[in-house]
Structure formats: C-alpha cells, structure tokens
Design a protein around this ligand. Structure first.
Ligand code: NAD
Ligand code: MG
Length: 397
C-alpha cells in the first residue's frame, strides 16, 4: 500500500523532535513534503533547514528576526515565503498550506498553534505535551469536533496508542502503566541532589532531547506531565494511570486488561519510531530506526519511582486530582523554575519547591475557558518569578 501524500508543517523545526521529524520526512520524498517550517529564534538553523527541505513557508516566532529570515531566503535563492510572529504560526497551522502538523514547540508557547491545527481538523502529531497539560479538555474537544486525528508522539503515549488503536480496544482496559527511565539521577537520595548542575541534569542516559524536557526528566516532572497527558488522551473514569521506572527505556509503556493480558510496545529509544507511526498510521513506514535485539540488551528491569527524591511526580498527581486550573499552574511554575535552573539562578531542588509553593499559593479555579487557563498560567509565572526574586534578595541580604 502506498502512503497518501501529506503536506507537513513542522512547528519547532530546529529542535530535537523537529530534526527527527525532518529525518523521517526525507526518507519518504514521494509521500511526505515539509511545506511549513517554523522555529522560535534560530534564524541560521532555520535557513539551513529551508535550503535542505525547500518548504513553501518559513516562520520565525521572534519578530526581531524577520528581516534576517526574509533576506537569508532571498540570498539563498529560496522561494519560501517568510513570516514572523505567533499569529502567522497560528494561521499557517490551520491553513491549506498543510494537512499534517508536527507540534514540536517546547512549552506553553506551543498551545495556540497546536489548538489551531486541532480546530482545523489536521492530522496532529502531538509532541508538545505542555499544551495537553495546560488545556487538555479544550484541545481534545476541539480535535474531536473538527475531526482531527491526534497521534501522540511522546514515546509512552505513542506506545499506548499502538496498543489501543481504537475505542473498541479500550473495552476491558484495567490500568495504564507509563514507563520512566528514571533520568540521570536515578538511585540518588534527595540530599544528594542539592548541588547538581544543569550540565549533569541535561545529560540523559538514554534519550537525546532539548534542554527543558531533559531537566523535566531529571526531576521526574516529565513523567508527571505525561500522567496528565495520558489522562487526556486515554483516561476513563476510574482507570488507574501508574508509573514504573524502567532504566533500559526499551518498553515504552504498557496497558493491562481485565483478562490478565498486558500489551506493551518495545523499541530502541529513538523518537523517529513514534514520528513514523504518526505520519504513516494505520500504515507502517520506514523510520531509520533498527529493530530491537533483545539478546544483545539482555535485561529488562522495573522499579517503583522514588517520590521522596523526586517530588515533582507526586505534585503532578496532586494537580491532576485537584483538577481545574491546577495542572496549568503546575506547568507554568515548572517552566519558570526550569528556565531559572538552566540559567543558574536557582538550584535543582528549588524546582519542586517553587512548583509546590505556587500550587499552594494559587488554589485551583474551574478551567471553564481558555481565558481562565491563560490567566492561571500568567499568575503562576508571576508568582514563581517573584518567589525566585525574593529568594535571591534574601540570600544577598
Ligand atoms: P527543543 O528545545 O529541542 O526544540 C524546541 C523547538 O521549539 C525549537 O525549534 C525552538 O525554536 C521552538 N520554539 C521555542 N519557543 C518557541 C516559540 N515561542 N515559538 C515558536 N517556536 C518556538 O525541544 P524538543 O526536545 O524538541 O521538545 C519539543 C516538544 O516535544 C516539547 O514539548 C517536549 O516535551 C516534547 N517531547 C520531546 C521529546 C524528545 O525526545 N525531544 C520526547 C517527547 C516529547
Ligand atoms: Mg516521554
């Protein structure tokens, strides 16, 4: 069976997921064409990608970079139209320039374009987990109403998607088990974590990823965000979502049924597999990732997560249970805290402390509208920034 042609917008093209998506696209030149490439601010990197993939549109979020992009395209003799700003990103994500959108912008900055793609009924390869954490109900409803197909790209959710391909497969589902590598600090106690550096935190043992998600993996907030993500994608009332540490990162998640069956998806830790599922589904296409040699890997181990050393996972479960705006608050406080940690303004243990403090200071309200969620996001960012400023002043005094 030949793959139907797809015009693909890669939002976050200069990032880690963007690179993997473009690698898979380039393997299928007959069917897959990158028509829109978008990035935050790295103009040179975006221009290099335009030279290689010849999109129809190139978007840079930072308006200060527009002329560099436009002139750079011209100087290279490229026909791509240059655009800048969030509005252009939103318009292109929902336009006829694409039928497939890879949502791979990092953080809440990805929400508007992800929503635009869902509202326009696109095939949505959803890597930007923060948009589900922030506005999961709205996003899922918009996708459902517009007939958008969401294929989760996060490896765990992609694994579950493969195990539960349609509503029929959900019958008799007893629990969902998300696997976690445990990150670079697995096995350490809380007291061992006070002095760890950004370099140590981003050195993930199994996955090569952008800096924000790498720090999230080190705190286990990534798994917390993924629990909330799984709730929106696959949740049913009363269905437990649990976390299992699996250091080899070969079993990407599991689902258990009432008859005692457990299904899992296995593969090497390489995001191109999830992306190929996203582009091809229900077909299977080449991704460039080789199959799994279980004899070479030998052991598959599983452990309970350590919620004392890694309280972010507990905070995410609490925010999900609290509901309303609590997950939006959790996500925003975490984005501020991670960014401050990467800039060496706070230590590693300040990340869970800031998230916990922000959740306690801003009790959840109903997530009744996008405006309410945006307000919760903005308030949490202000609160976390103020707490960082206050701590810095206290230290100086
Ligand atoms: P990254 O930091 O490598 O790349 C982020 C991309 O987003 C870059 O292209 C950047 O230019 C763009 N960007 C940043 N801010 C922007 C803005 N305001 N407007 C427009 N573009 C902006 O991040 P990544 O590791 O590729 O992760 C991207 C998303 O995918 C995140 O939500 C992450 O949680 C999710 N994800 C990543 C992986 C992985 O293996 N890297 C796995 C699962 C999920
Ligand atoms: Mg993941």
């Amino acid at each position: 069976m030949t793959l139907p042609p797809r015009k693909v917008a890669v939002l976050g093209a200069t990032g880690s997921i963007g690179a993997s998506a473009l690698d898979v696209i380039a393997r299928h030149p007959q069917a897959l064409q990158a028509t829109v490439l978008a990035a935050g601010g790295k103009v040179e990197a975006l221009l290099a990608l335009c030279e290689r993939h010849r999109p129809e549109h190139a978007v840079i979020a930072d308006p200060a970079c527009f002329e560099l992009l436009r002139d750079g395209l011209r100087a290279r003799g490229l026909a791509a139209q240059a655009h800048c700003g969030d509005q252009a990103l939103v318009e292109l994500a929902g336009s006829d320039a694409c039928d497939t959108v890879v949502a791979a912008i990092v953080g809440a900055a990805g929400l508007d374009s992800t929503l635009a793609a869902a509202r326009a009924g696109k095939r949505l390869l959803l890597a930007n987990k923060e948009s589900l954490v922030l506005a999961g109900e709205l996003l899922m409803r918009a996708a459902h109403e517009a007939g958008a197909t969401i294929v989760p790209i996060d490896s765990e959710h992609n694994a579950i998607f493969q195990c539960l391909p349609d509503a029929h497969a959900h019958a008799g589902l007893k629990r969902i088990l998300l696997t976690a590598s445990g990150g670079p600090f697995r096995g350490r106690t809380r007291s061992d974590l006070g002095e760890v550096t950004p370099e140590q935190a981003v050195a993930h043992p199994k996955w090569s990823m952008g800096p924000k998600i790498s720090v999230d993996s080190a705190t286990l907030m990534n798994k917390g965000l993924e629990v909330i993500e799984a709730h929106h994608l696959f949740g049913r009332p009363g269905l437990p979502i649990e976390v299992l540490v699996h250091p080899q990162s070969l079993v990407h998640s599991l689902v258990e049924f009432v008859d005692g069956s457990t299904l899992a998806q296995l593969g090497l830790p390489d995001m191109r597999t999830s992306l190929a599922v996203g582009f091809g589904w229900p077909q299977r296409i080449e991704s460039g990732v080789s199959g799994l040699d279980l004899l070479a890997h030998g052991k598959l181990e599983f452990e309970r997560p350590d919620l004392d050393a890694f309280p972010c996972l507990r905070l995410a479960f609490q925010a999900l249970a609290a509901g309303g705006t609590a997950p939006a608050t959790l996500n925003a406080a975490n984005e501020v805290a991670v960014s401050a940690f990467l800039q060496r303004r706070v230590g590693f243990l300040a990340i869970p402390a800031l998230v916990e403090d922000t959740l306690a200071a801003l009790p959840p309200t109903p997530a009744s509208s996008l405006a309410a969620l945006r307000e919760a996001d903005a308030q949490a960012r202000r609160h976390a920034e103020q707490a960082i400023g206050h701590a810095a002043r206290t230290l100086r005094a």
